[in-house]
Design a protein. Sequence first.
Length: 54
Amino acid sequence: MNISDDAFEELLAGFEHSAVHLEMRDAYGAAVELPYMARCRVVSVAAMPLKVGA
C-alpha cells in the first residue's frame, strides 16, 4: 500500500497513544552471536566521545 507524504503525516498526527515493542530471549551471547556482539561493542566504544580531564 502506497500513500502520499501528506496522507502519512495526517495519519501520524492522529495518534493519541504510543507503543513500545520489547523482545526478550532466554539467553544472550550464544556462541554463534559472539563475533557479532564483539564487533558491535567495538563500534559502540569507537563512537563514544572522548572526555578530557575528568
